[in-house]
Ligand binder design. Sequence first.
Ligand code: PLP
Length: 381
Amino acid sequence: MSNIYLDHNATTALDPRVLESMLSWMQRQSGNPTSRHVFGRSARDAVEHARTQVAEACGAYASQVIFTGSGTEANNFAIKGIAGNQTGSQILYSAIEHPCVSRPAKAMQQLGCSSDIIGVDTNGILSQSQLQKQLQTSTSVASVMLANNETGTIQNITEIAELVRKAGAFMHTDAVQGLGKVPLSFMDLNVHAMTISSHKIHGPQGAAALILDKRVDIQPLLHGGGQERGLRSGTENVAAIVGFGTACELAVANLTAFTHHTKMLRDTFELGLKALDVTIFGQQTSRLPNTSFFALDGIEGETLVTALDRQGYAVASGSACSSDSTEPSHVLLAMGVKPDLARGAVRVSFGAHNTLSQVTDFLTTLKNEILRLRQLTGIAA
Ligand code: PLP
């Protein structure tokens, strides 16, 4: 039995072309990009070339790209770095943010900042009226994700940024799930800061970036040798950054094909789901093309994920990137989903290499597993 990967929102396999671009940086004597000799200069050139590739993929200038070690780091940098520059500042974030936004926001309370949560509607769309009410003169940063990792729900970031700018605050968006799945332009979104991450687009783990408007007053998280314009010290991970650059170029080139293909797989899948009496979340609104998040009454998501894994299908329950807690998804609770149903949530996220026959086979397996688990629960009851 070969295993089928249907968990592309968690991470993706390295593209062979990305690996190829990285290999020479891992196999030969590479210099430190801060060194003046030929080895250092060529490593510097490689990093700067990747910076241009990353910038082009997300509608930014190369000078706005700050490389970090992960999307988590970039989000922490944006929240802590902006709010930390003022005492008594307010951080606003949506109720469906990834923990690497909500947790630093909460952590900043210990440094005298306040943090407030903006609610979402039943489709997971941010309440702009609540945001407007909560924006205060002390608001330093508002953070709203572009696309949710669980439901795939897409926010109107341009409109939200407009409100935040009018209040004189800085706007950050976590676009980790957007890059490579929807067209992405830092300039058009009109935000001050935006997070992207390499391993979601067939690039290596350990490379990411905060795209940052140079006028933003921000403190570094890491102090040291002054790399990345003094905003992120530490010797650059040259091979990973080079791979990130290649992955960005490929993601842009493949975007239209990715959208059509994964949407076709997802729609076929959800058509099949209809016969199974499941609830599909976020279906009424604009969503990532590859993502389906659904739940069945009376079957725990964790149980179904484990059962499907045994049958050779890798899917996720709730957020696969957060801790292994069995609490129901905070995203679904924020959307007003009852905890019992939220506990049944399962996420399927398709990738460019999945096929239609994998989807139809998966649907058959899913039906059988649901039937089996329902019979078991029936017996247990
Ligand atoms: N933000 C979102 C929406 C994510 O889905 C993830 C990871 O899954 C992250 C941030 C964290 O990114 P990284 O894994 O690069 O730390």
